[in-house]
Design a protein around this ligand. Structure first.
Ligand SMILES: *Cc1c(COP(=O)(O)O)cnc(C)c1O
Length: 432
Protein backbone atom coordinates (compact mmCIF):
# COMPACT_ATOMS: atom_id res chain seq x y z
CA UNK A 1 0.00 0.00 0.00
CA UNK A 2 1.24 3.48 -0.86
CA UNK A 3 2.68 5.48 2.04
CA UNK A 4 2.02 9.10 2.94
CA UNK A 5 5.21 10.13 1.09
CA UNK A 6 4.07 8.57 -2.20
CA UNK A 7 0.86 10.56 -2.08
CA UNK A 8 2.76 13.78 -1.32
CA UNK A 9 4.78 13.50 -4.50
CA UNK A 10 1.98 12.35 -6.77
CA UNK A 11 -0.42 14.93 -5.38
CA UNK A 12 2.04 17.78 -5.97
CA UNK A 13 2.67 16.63 -9.52
CA UNK A 14 -0.83 15.88 -10.76
CA UNK A 15 -3.11 18.00 -8.67
CA UNK A 16 -3.57 21.73 -8.16
CA UNK A 17 -4.71 22.29 -4.56
CA UNK A 18 -7.27 24.99 -3.68
CA UNK A 19 -6.27 28.20 -1.93
CA UNK A 20 -2.61 27.11 -2.01
CA UNK A 21 0.70 28.38 -3.36
CA UNK A 22 1.82 25.01 -4.70
CA UNK A 23 5.48 25.67 -4.00
CA UNK A 24 4.72 25.85 -0.27
CA UNK A 25 3.77 22.18 -0.43
CA UNK A 26 7.45 21.31 -0.90
CA UNK A 27 8.01 22.26 2.73
CA UNK A 28 4.53 21.51 4.05
CA UNK A 29 3.07 18.56 2.13
CA UNK A 30 -0.67 17.92 2.19
CA UNK A 31 -2.02 15.38 4.64
CA UNK A 32 -2.98 12.21 2.74
CA UNK A 33 -6.24 10.92 4.16
CA UNK A 34 -7.06 7.26 3.67
CA UNK A 35 -10.34 7.23 5.56
CA UNK A 36 -12.50 8.96 8.15
CA UNK A 37 -14.39 7.90 11.23
CA UNK A 38 -16.72 10.30 13.06
CA UNK A 39 -14.72 13.49 13.72
CA UNK A 40 -11.43 11.71 12.96
CA UNK A 41 -9.31 11.67 9.81
CA UNK A 42 -6.88 8.77 9.39
CA UNK A 43 -3.80 8.87 7.15
CA UNK A 44 -2.19 6.07 5.11
CA UNK A 45 0.09 5.16 7.99
CA UNK A 46 -2.76 4.86 10.49
CA UNK A 47 -2.20 8.19 12.30
CA UNK A 48 -5.38 9.93 13.47
CA UNK A 49 -6.23 13.63 13.37
CA UNK A 50 -9.23 15.30 14.95
CA UNK A 51 -11.07 17.32 12.28
CA UNK A 52 -11.56 20.51 14.32
CA UNK A 53 -12.79 22.52 11.32
CA UNK A 54 -15.24 20.01 9.85
CA UNK A 55 -13.28 19.68 6.60
CA UNK A 56 -13.69 23.38 5.73
CA UNK A 57 -16.99 23.83 7.56
CA UNK A 58 -18.95 21.20 5.65
CA UNK A 59 -19.10 18.14 7.90
CA UNK A 60 -21.89 17.94 10.48
CA UNK A 61 -22.31 14.36 11.62
CA UNK A 62 -18.85 12.92 11.16
CA UNK A 63 -17.08 11.11 8.39
CA UNK A 64 -18.49 7.77 7.18
CA UNK A 65 -21.74 8.39 9.03
CA UNK A 66 -23.72 5.13 8.82
CA UNK A 67 -27.10 6.83 8.33
CA UNK A 68 -25.97 9.12 5.53
CA UNK A 69 -24.04 6.24 3.97
CA UNK A 70 -27.20 4.10 4.02
CA UNK A 71 -29.32 6.82 2.41
CA UNK A 72 -26.84 7.37 -0.42
CA UNK A 73 -26.40 3.63 -0.95
CA UNK A 74 -30.16 3.18 -1.17
CA UNK A 75 -30.42 6.02 -3.67
CA UNK A 76 -27.58 4.53 -5.76
CA UNK A 77 -29.78 1.52 -6.44
CA UNK A 78 -32.57 3.76 -7.78
CA UNK A 79 -31.34 6.77 -9.74
CA UNK A 80 -28.00 8.51 -9.23
CA UNK A 81 -28.69 11.56 -11.38
CA UNK A 82 -31.03 12.73 -14.08
CA UNK A 83 -31.37 16.04 -15.94
CA UNK A 84 -33.65 18.32 -13.92
CA UNK A 85 -34.85 20.33 -16.92
CA UNK A 86 -37.90 18.40 -18.05
CA UNK A 87 -37.51 15.67 -15.38
CA UNK A 88 -38.05 15.53 -11.66
CA UNK A 89 -37.46 13.05 -8.84
CA UNK A 90 -38.45 12.34 -5.27
CA UNK A 91 -35.23 13.45 -3.50
CA UNK A 92 -35.27 16.91 -5.14
CA UNK A 93 -39.00 17.39 -4.55
CA UNK A 94 -38.91 16.23 -0.94
CA UNK A 95 -35.83 18.29 -0.13
CA UNK A 96 -37.41 21.41 -1.64
CA UNK A 97 -40.62 20.87 0.34
CA UNK A 98 -38.72 20.41 3.59
CA UNK A 99 -36.39 23.37 3.06
CA UNK A 100 -39.44 25.47 2.18
CA UNK A 101 -41.15 24.52 5.45
CA UNK A 102 -38.00 25.17 7.47
CA UNK A 103 -37.16 28.58 5.98
CA UNK A 104 -40.52 29.96 4.86
CA UNK A 105 -39.01 30.33 1.39
CA UNK A 106 -40.97 28.02 -0.87
CA UNK A 107 -38.96 27.83 -4.09
CA UNK A 108 -35.64 26.00 -4.27
CA UNK A 109 -33.13 26.39 -7.11
CA UNK A 110 -30.16 24.01 -6.97
CA UNK A 111 -26.51 24.44 -7.85
CA UNK A 112 -23.36 22.60 -6.95
CA UNK A 113 -21.25 24.81 -4.66
CA UNK A 114 -21.65 27.81 -2.45
CA UNK A 115 -20.32 30.20 -5.06
CA UNK A 116 -22.98 29.01 -7.52
CA UNK A 117 -25.68 29.68 -4.88
CA UNK A 118 -24.38 33.26 -4.62
CA UNK A 119 -24.32 33.70 -8.40
CA UNK A 120 -27.90 32.44 -8.60
CA UNK A 121 -29.08 34.79 -5.85
CA UNK A 122 -27.44 37.82 -7.50
CA UNK A 123 -28.82 36.98 -10.96
CA UNK A 124 -32.28 36.22 -9.57
CA UNK A 125 -32.44 39.48 -7.65
CA UNK A 126 -31.39 41.58 -10.63
CA UNK A 127 -33.70 39.68 -12.99
CA UNK A 128 -36.61 40.10 -10.57
CA UNK A 129 -36.23 43.89 -10.66
CA UNK A 130 -35.95 43.79 -14.45
CA UNK A 131 -39.12 41.68 -14.70
CA UNK A 132 -41.06 44.10 -12.50
CA UNK A 133 -40.00 47.08 -14.63
CA UNK A 134 -37.07 48.42 -12.60
CA UNK A 135 -34.08 47.43 -14.75
CA UNK A 136 -31.94 50.18 -13.20
CA UNK A 137 -31.56 48.20 -9.98
CA UNK A 138 -28.29 46.51 -10.92
CA UNK A 139 -26.03 47.16 -7.92
CA UNK A 140 -25.16 45.00 -4.95
CA UNK A 141 -24.06 45.81 -1.42
CA UNK A 142 -22.07 43.51 0.82
CA UNK A 143 -20.23 43.95 4.11
CA UNK A 144 -16.60 44.85 4.66
CA UNK A 145 -14.61 41.63 5.05
CA UNK A 146 -17.56 39.64 3.71
CA UNK A 147 -17.06 36.40 1.80
CA UNK A 148 -19.50 34.90 -0.69
CA UNK A 149 -17.37 32.64 -2.89
CA UNK A 150 -14.77 33.06 -5.61
CA UNK A 151 -16.37 32.81 -9.03
CA UNK A 152 -16.38 36.26 -10.67
CA UNK A 153 -19.87 37.36 -9.59
CA UNK A 154 -19.44 36.05 -6.07
CA UNK A 155 -15.95 37.52 -5.83
CA UNK A 156 -17.40 40.91 -6.84
CA UNK A 157 -19.33 40.99 -3.56
CA UNK A 158 -16.52 39.40 -1.55
CA UNK A 159 -14.20 41.72 0.39
CA UNK A 160 -11.08 39.69 1.12
CA UNK A 161 -8.07 41.31 -0.57
CA UNK A 162 -6.02 38.12 -0.70
CA UNK A 163 -8.63 36.44 -2.90
CA UNK A 164 -9.65 39.53 -4.82
CA UNK A 165 -6.66 41.70 -5.66
CA UNK A 166 -5.27 39.71 -8.59
CA UNK A 167 -8.68 39.62 -10.29
CA UNK A 168 -9.77 43.21 -9.61
CA UNK A 169 -9.89 44.15 -13.33
CA UNK A 170 -12.39 41.34 -13.96
CA UNK A 171 -14.79 42.25 -11.18
CA UNK A 172 -17.93 44.34 -11.12
CA UNK A 173 -17.81 47.18 -8.57
CA UNK A 174 -20.06 46.78 -5.55
CA UNK A 175 -20.49 48.77 -2.34
CA UNK A 176 -19.02 47.48 0.93
CA UNK A 177 -20.91 48.62 4.01
CA UNK A 178 -19.44 48.91 7.52
CA UNK A 179 -18.93 45.49 9.05
CA UNK A 180 -20.93 44.98 12.27
CA UNK A 181 -18.03 42.85 13.68
CA UNK A 182 -18.04 43.67 17.41
CA UNK A 183 -14.23 43.87 17.47
CA UNK A 184 -14.53 47.14 15.52
CA UNK A 185 -16.55 48.85 18.27
CA UNK A 186 -15.12 51.96 19.92
CA UNK A 187 -13.76 51.51 23.45
CA UNK A 188 -16.73 51.50 25.79
CA UNK A 189 -19.24 50.90 22.99
CA UNK A 190 -21.28 47.70 23.37
CA UNK A 191 -21.44 45.10 20.59
CA UNK A 192 -25.11 45.87 20.13
CA UNK A 193 -24.64 49.66 20.05
CA UNK A 194 -21.90 49.26 17.48
CA UNK A 195 -23.98 46.87 15.33
CA UNK A 196 -26.87 49.34 15.36
CA UNK A 197 -24.49 52.13 14.36
CA UNK A 198 -23.34 49.98 11.42
CA UNK A 199 -26.97 49.30 10.49
CA UNK A 200 -27.79 53.02 10.66
CA UNK A 201 -24.84 53.74 8.38
CA UNK A 202 -26.14 51.27 5.79
CA UNK A 203 -29.65 52.71 6.12
CA UNK A 204 -28.30 56.13 5.11
CA UNK A 205 -26.49 54.60 2.14
CA UNK A 206 -29.58 52.68 1.00
CA UNK A 207 -31.76 55.77 1.27
CA UNK A 208 -29.46 57.44 -1.27
CA UNK A 209 -28.85 54.47 -3.58
CA UNK A 210 -32.01 52.31 -3.53
CA UNK A 211 -32.89 53.21 -7.12
CA UNK A 212 -29.79 51.51 -8.48
CA UNK A 213 -29.46 48.75 -5.87
CA UNK A 214 -30.88 45.26 -6.30
CA UNK A 215 -29.80 43.56 -3.09
CA UNK A 216 -27.74 43.53 0.07
CA UNK A 217 -25.93 40.24 0.69
CA UNK A 218 -24.69 39.32 4.17
CA UNK A 219 -23.39 36.37 6.15
CA UNK A 220 -25.84 36.33 9.07
CA UNK A 221 -24.26 36.53 12.58
CA UNK A 222 -20.79 35.22 11.65
CA UNK A 223 -18.50 36.45 8.88
CA UNK A 224 -16.58 33.21 8.49
CA UNK A 225 -13.69 33.92 6.15
CA UNK A 226 -13.12 37.28 7.86
CA UNK A 227 -11.88 35.22 10.83
CA UNK A 228 -15.16 34.24 12.49
CA UNK A 229 -16.19 37.86 13.01
CA UNK A 230 -19.38 37.82 15.06
CA UNK A 231 -22.19 40.34 15.52
CA UNK A 232 -25.54 40.49 17.33
CA UNK A 233 -28.85 39.61 15.65
CA UNK A 234 -30.16 43.17 16.17
CA UNK A 235 -28.11 44.18 13.11
CA UNK A 236 -30.08 41.81 10.89
CA UNK A 237 -33.42 42.92 12.30
CA UNK A 238 -32.54 46.53 11.51
CA UNK A 239 -31.18 45.61 8.08
CA UNK A 240 -34.41 43.78 7.24
CA UNK A 241 -36.35 46.95 8.06
CA UNK A 242 -34.05 49.09 5.90
CA UNK A 243 -34.30 46.69 2.96
CA UNK A 244 -38.11 46.73 3.21
CA UNK A 245 -38.24 50.50 3.49
CA UNK A 246 -36.05 51.01 0.42
CA UNK A 247 -37.22 48.05 -1.67
CA UNK A 248 -33.92 46.28 -1.83
CA UNK A 249 -33.63 42.49 -1.52
CA UNK A 250 -31.92 40.96 1.47
CA UNK A 251 -29.83 37.91 0.54
CA UNK A 252 -28.82 35.75 3.51
CA UNK A 253 -25.71 33.78 2.66
CA UNK A 254 -26.16 30.92 5.13
CA UNK A 255 -23.67 28.72 3.28
CA UNK A 256 -21.39 28.49 6.32
CA UNK A 257 -23.79 29.39 9.15
CA UNK A 258 -26.82 27.35 8.08
CA UNK A 259 -27.70 23.89 9.39
CA UNK A 260 -27.22 24.58 13.06
CA UNK A 261 -23.78 26.21 13.10
CA UNK A 262 -24.87 29.30 15.00
CA UNK A 263 -27.15 27.48 17.43
CA UNK A 264 -30.39 27.65 15.46
CA UNK A 265 -31.10 25.73 12.28
CA UNK A 266 -30.63 28.95 10.32
CA UNK A 267 -28.89 32.04 11.69
CA UNK A 268 -31.66 34.41 10.50
CA UNK A 269 -34.04 32.80 12.99
CA UNK A 270 -32.19 34.53 15.83
CA UNK A 271 -33.05 37.91 14.37
CA UNK A 272 -36.66 36.87 13.71
CA UNK A 273 -36.33 37.75 10.05
CA UNK A 274 -36.94 36.09 6.72
CA UNK A 275 -34.62 37.10 3.88
CA UNK A 276 -35.84 37.45 0.29
CA UNK A 277 -33.22 34.97 -0.88
CA UNK A 278 -31.22 32.44 1.09
CA UNK A 279 -28.06 30.64 -0.06
CA UNK A 280 -27.28 27.21 1.35
CA UNK A 281 -24.46 24.75 0.72
CA UNK A 282 -21.59 23.32 2.85
CA UNK A 283 -23.46 21.46 5.64
CA UNK A 284 -26.51 20.77 3.48
CA UNK A 285 -25.30 17.25 2.62
CA UNK A 286 -23.48 16.79 5.92
CA UNK A 287 -20.22 17.33 4.05
CA UNK A 288 -20.76 14.41 1.69
CA UNK A 289 -21.54 15.74 -1.76
CA UNK A 290 -21.45 19.10 -3.53
CA UNK A 291 -24.90 20.67 -3.43
CA UNK A 292 -26.11 24.25 -3.14
CA UNK A 293 -29.56 25.69 -2.91
CA UNK A 294 -30.88 29.21 -3.41
CA UNK A 295 -34.33 29.70 -1.88
CA UNK A 296 -36.62 32.63 -2.62
CA UNK A 297 -39.95 34.19 -1.64
CA UNK A 298 -43.21 33.66 -3.51
CA UNK A 299 -43.02 37.29 -4.67
CA UNK A 300 -39.69 36.76 -6.41
CA UNK A 301 -40.83 33.49 -7.93
CA UNK A 302 -44.06 35.04 -9.19
CA UNK A 303 -42.19 37.76 -11.11
CA UNK A 304 -40.61 35.08 -13.33
CA UNK A 305 -43.82 33.11 -13.89
CA UNK A 306 -45.57 33.63 -17.22
CA UNK A 307 -45.78 32.57 -20.86
CA UNK A 308 -42.60 34.32 -22.07
CA UNK A 309 -39.47 32.13 -21.88
CA UNK A 310 -37.29 35.19 -21.47
CA UNK A 311 -39.05 36.11 -18.22
CA UNK A 312 -38.01 32.75 -16.78
CA UNK A 313 -34.83 32.13 -14.83
CA UNK A 314 -32.71 30.62 -17.60
CA UNK A 315 -29.84 29.46 -15.44
CA UNK A 316 -28.58 25.89 -15.14
CA UNK A 317 -25.82 23.61 -13.98
CA UNK A 318 -25.43 20.07 -15.30
CA UNK A 319 -25.68 18.55 -11.84
CA UNK A 320 -28.64 20.69 -10.72
CA UNK A 321 -30.62 18.76 -8.11
CA UNK A 322 -28.34 15.71 -8.14
CA UNK A 323 -30.35 12.85 -6.65
CA UNK A 324 -27.53 11.39 -4.52
CA UNK A 325 -26.75 14.81 -3.04
CA UNK A 326 -30.44 15.55 -2.36
CA UNK A 327 -30.81 12.16 -0.66
CA UNK A 328 -27.79 12.90 1.55
CA UNK A 329 -29.41 16.24 2.44
CA UNK A 330 -32.67 14.50 3.37
CA UNK A 331 -30.72 12.13 5.63
CA UNK A 332 -29.10 15.17 7.28
CA UNK A 333 -32.52 16.73 7.97
CA UNK A 334 -33.72 13.39 9.40
CA UNK A 335 -30.78 13.33 11.81
CA UNK A 336 -31.53 16.90 12.92
CA UNK A 337 -35.10 15.88 13.75
CA UNK A 338 -34.63 12.39 15.14
CA UNK A 339 -31.66 13.25 17.35
CA UNK A 340 -32.85 16.75 18.35
CA UNK A 341 -29.49 18.11 17.27
CA UNK A 342 -30.23 21.78 17.96
CA UNK A 343 -31.06 21.05 21.62
CA UNK A 344 -28.12 18.67 22.02
CA UNK A 345 -25.71 21.13 20.46
CA UNK A 346 -26.82 23.72 23.00
CA UNK A 347 -25.55 21.41 25.76
CA UNK A 348 -22.40 20.63 23.83
CA UNK A 349 -21.60 24.26 23.17
CA UNK A 350 -21.95 25.13 26.87
CA UNK A 351 -19.71 22.20 27.74
CA UNK A 352 -16.98 23.14 25.26
CA UNK A 353 -17.08 26.81 26.28
CA UNK A 354 -16.46 25.57 29.84
CA UNK A 355 -13.60 23.35 28.71
CA UNK A 356 -12.07 26.34 26.90
CA UNK A 357 -12.13 28.59 30.01
CA UNK A 358 -8.38 28.40 30.49
CA UNK A 359 -7.77 29.18 26.81
CA UNK A 360 -10.17 32.15 27.01
CA UNK A 361 -8.32 33.53 30.07
CA UNK A 362 -4.83 33.10 28.55
CA UNK A 363 -2.86 36.36 28.32
CA UNK A 364 -2.18 35.85 24.61
CA UNK A 365 -5.88 35.44 23.83
CA UNK A 366 -8.02 38.40 22.79
CA UNK A 367 -11.69 38.65 21.76
CA UNK A 368 -12.60 35.08 22.72
CA UNK A 369 -16.00 34.51 21.14
CA UNK A 370 -18.58 31.80 20.62
CA UNK A 371 -21.76 31.47 18.60
CA UNK A 372 -23.48 28.08 18.60
CA UNK A 373 -20.95 25.51 17.42
CA UNK A 374 -18.26 28.06 16.47
CA UNK A 375 -15.51 29.23 18.83
CA UNK A 376 -12.76 31.71 17.94
CA UNK A 377 -10.14 33.98 19.45
CA UNK A 378 -7.34 36.22 18.25
CA UNK A 379 -3.74 35.65 19.28
CA UNK A 380 -1.92 38.73 20.57
CA UNK A 381 1.38 39.51 18.80
CA UNK A 382 1.08 36.54 16.44
CA UNK A 383 4.39 36.33 14.52
CA UNK A 384 4.47 36.07 10.70
CA UNK A 385 3.72 32.50 9.67
CA UNK A 386 1.67 31.95 12.84
CA UNK A 387 -1.18 30.27 11.02
CA UNK A 388 0.89 27.61 9.23
CA UNK A 389 3.14 27.04 12.27
CA UNK A 390 0.14 26.55 14.54
CA UNK A 391 -1.45 24.23 11.97
CA UNK A 392 1.68 22.08 11.71
CA UNK A 393 2.28 21.90 15.46
CA UNK A 394 -1.33 20.99 16.18
CA UNK A 395 -1.17 18.30 13.49
CA UNK A 396 1.82 16.72 15.22
CA UNK A 397 -0.36 16.54 18.32
CA UNK A 398 -3.27 14.93 16.46
CA UNK A 399 -5.54 17.91 15.81
CA UNK A 400 -6.33 19.29 12.35
CA UNK A 401 -6.92 23.00 12.82
CA UNK A 402 -6.33 25.84 10.41
CA UNK A 403 -6.16 29.37 11.85
CA UNK A 404 -7.17 32.31 9.65
CA UNK A 405 -4.29 34.76 10.11
CA UNK A 406 -4.02 35.32 13.87
CA UNK A 407 -7.49 33.91 14.54
CA UNK A 408 -7.71 30.39 15.91
CA UNK A 409 -11.16 28.85 15.58
CA UNK A 410 -12.95 25.59 16.27
CA UNK A 411 -15.83 24.48 14.11
CA UNK A 412 -16.04 20.75 14.87
CA UNK A 413 -18.51 18.19 13.53
CA UNK A 414 -21.53 17.95 15.85
CA UNK A 415 -20.60 14.36 16.78
CA UNK A 416 -17.62 15.65 18.78
CA UNK A 417 -17.55 14.15 22.31
CA UNK A 418 -16.16 15.38 25.63
CA UNK A 419 -12.79 13.67 25.27
CA UNK A 420 -12.27 15.14 21.78
CA UNK A 421 -13.24 18.60 23.01
CA UNK A 422 -10.73 18.27 25.84
CA UNK A 423 -8.05 17.27 23.34
CA UNK A 424 -8.70 20.36 21.16
CA UNK A 425 -8.47 22.60 24.23
CA UNK A 426 -5.35 20.93 25.60
CA UNK A 427 -3.47 21.03 22.30
CA UNK A 428 -4.45 24.68 21.79
CA UNK A 429 -3.35 25.67 25.28
CA UNK A 430 -0.02 23.94 24.72
CA UNK A 431 0.60 26.03 21.60
CA UNK A 432 -0.20 29.45 23.06
C1 LIG B 1 -17.66 28.74 1.68
C2 LIG B 1 -18.54 29.91 1.48
C3 LIG B 1 -19.00 30.27 0.20
C4 LIG B 1 -18.54 29.58 -1.05
O1 LIG B 1 -18.86 28.23 -1.08
P1 LIG B 1 -18.02 27.27 -2.06
O2 LIG B 1 -18.71 25.96 -1.96
O3 LIG B 1 -16.63 27.24 -1.49
O4 LIG B 1 -18.06 27.87 -3.41
C5 LIG B 1 -19.86 31.33 0.09
N1 LIG B 1 -20.26 32.00 1.18
C6 LIG B 1 -19.86 31.69 2.43
C7 LIG B 1 -20.37 32.46 3.59
C8 LIG B 1 -18.96 30.65 2.61
O5 LIG B 1 -18.50 30.37 3.83
Amino acid sequence: MASNADWHTRSRTALWHPCTQMQHLEAAPPLPIARGEGPWLIDYEGRRYLDAISSWWVNLFGHANPRINAAITDQLGKIEHVILAGCTHAPAVELSERLGRLTGLGHAFYGSDGASATEIALKMSFHYWRNVGRPGKTGFVSLQNGYHGETLGALSVTDVDLFKDAYAPLLRPSHQAMSPDFRLAEPGESAEAYALRAAADLEVWLAAHAEETAAVIVEPLVQGAAGMAMYPPAYLTRLRESCDRHQVHLIADEIAVGFGRTGTLFACEQAGIRPDLMCLSKGITGGYLPLACTLCTDAIYAAFYGPATSRGFLHSHSYTGNALACRAALAVLDIFEQDQIIARNREKSLEFTGILAEVAAHPRVRAFRQQGMIWAFDVVDAPPGFSSDFHRSALERGVFIRPIGATVYFMPPYVIDTADMALMAEVTLGLL
